[in-house]
Design a protein around this ligand. Sequence first.
Ligand code: 8Y7
Length: 282
Amino acid sequence: MCPLIPCGQRVLDLSQPRIMGILNVTPDSFSDGGELFRDQQVDTDALLKRAESMVSAGADILDIGGESTRPGARKVSETEELDRVLTAVEALASRIETIISVDSSSPSVMRESASLGAGLLNDVRGFRRPGALQAAAETGLAVCVMHMQGEPDTMQNQPTYGDVVDDISAFFTERLAELDTAGVARDRILIDPGFGFGKTAEQNFELLAKLEAMGSMGVPVLVGLSRKSMIRSVLDRAPSERLFASVALATMAVERGARIVRVHDVAETADALAMWQKVSQS
Ligand code: 8Y7
């Protein structure tokens, strides 16, 4: 597996595990909504401050999202998403060296973000919207293909699998073939099993326990477990009280082969991964 992933003008070195910090520029995300949003707009000063503090805490990638995928979240129009995300990418790309990732399923958001300096396209719908594969190929950026069963609004209504690991692996085999046909080079693809996206708590934990199986796809694995509701099935805590559990899950994912962890709490995760790194080299 190639440890250097080209991300536009920048390169992501996966010779050690990396941290993706979450920057939601939405008024309504489930655990940090609204913080970077003011008077119906992205608060670019707050965003830049937050981004800089994540970078100094150890973030290697910053993931900008303008559409909440929480079930029941208000639908965002394409213009609104474009406005939020592009404002944020533009504000950060010129001021920060860190790789900027864009969490979007919209081909126009992908294209415009690329032209403003984004380095990675993170699509929770796995580039399945019409035009998304072509947009990804044209930008030449790195891509993260996530698995989701169903659509955000209905994905938690009785998700069903034959075998959760086999079914998700089959999904990636199919998506990798589609990306290849569209012209997205294999050396810039990441995969993500999509914790919490159309999966019961039990299915999420089984997937994490068997995460090593995802490594057999031959591309680096990214995971997002931070403050997710699967934690609530074990610990009765609100999202803001899920820090220690989140750090534990991120560390376990890295132990099972994940190369990138997408988190809200960068500093705490960086300390845990520094310990993981030391033990893994000892
Ligand atoms: C994930 C994600 C979210 C994830 C990737 C949340 C945008 C929900 N989760 N992207 N996005 N993986 N790649 O709880 O698990 O942060 S949104």
